[in-house]
Design a protein around this ligand. Structure first.
Ligand code: SF4
Length: 213
């Protein structure tokens, strides 16, 4: 089994941040930037509500909350909001604010939890749930070989980024609208394509000035 340096252990929440936007991951984990917005506040509130909601919703199963987990195989560390035990089989439940919506970023984080739980409990963990607090909807996620492979790939990309220490360039698109780090990131000016446009424009202007002299 691969030996992990402490810095190579990938936090479960990093899977979510990196898959959403590598620059968002870089700002948080390489540059320690964290800005609050309505989404981060709602997210924090969702995690704080996890214990209470878990008690209300699943009184018929044994529940573990705020469980520290890790995987030697995948090099992951983190904490599970809620783990339901169904006849001794762990079933991770990740609490998210908002209404029902599919998100590969949440699924990667949840699958990362499952991979940790498999190692810790020594049993296959084949599905879990993203619980959407606003709509009180449990969205079941199956941990397919493809999803597991994606967790590994994202974790490896994160380790490569950590080793390089280079903050990824911004890509100014629809994701930026909901991003809490927009103010610190300034994607309007740090986007690689826009920067190139700016450079091209400056070059054209300089050429015009030379021709006109
Ligand atoms: S503002 Fe956009 S580019 Fe910047 S970190 Fe957020 S999502 Fe990524």
């Amino acid at each position: 089994m691969r030996e992990w340096d402490e810095l190579d252990l990938v936090p479960l929440s990093a899977l979510q941040h990196y898959s959403y936007c590598p620059r968002q991951y870089g700002l948080i984990y390489l540059e320690q930037v964290w800005d609050e917005n309505i989404y981060t506040m709602k997210g924090r509130w969702a995690h704080e509500r996890a214990d209470e909601e878990a008690d209300k919703l699943r009184e018929d199963v044994q529940i573990l909350t705020a469980l520290p987990v890790g995987s030697d195989l995948y090099g992951l560390v983190g904490k599970c909001d809620v783990v339901e035990l169904h006849n001794g089989i762990p079933y991770p439940v990740e609490y998210k604010h908002g209404r029902l919506k599919s998100s590969i970023h949440d699924e990667l984080q949840l699958c990362g939890q499952a991979l940790c739980l498999e190692e810790m409990f020594g049993v296959p963990v084949v599905r879990g749930v993203v619980y959407h607090i606003s709509s009180k909807h449990r969205r079941e996620v199956e941990f397919t070989p493809e999803l597991r492979r994606q967790v590994w790939e994202v974790a490896e990309e994160i380790r490569e980024l950590n080793a390089s220490g280079v903050l990824p360039q911004a890509v100014y698109d629809a994701r930026c609208t909901d991003c809490s780090l927009q103010e610190s990131c300034m994607p309007e000016v740090t986007d690689g394509h826009l920067s190139q446009d700016w450079a091209d424009w400056s070059e054209a202007k300089r050429a015009l000035a030379v021709d006109g002299s």
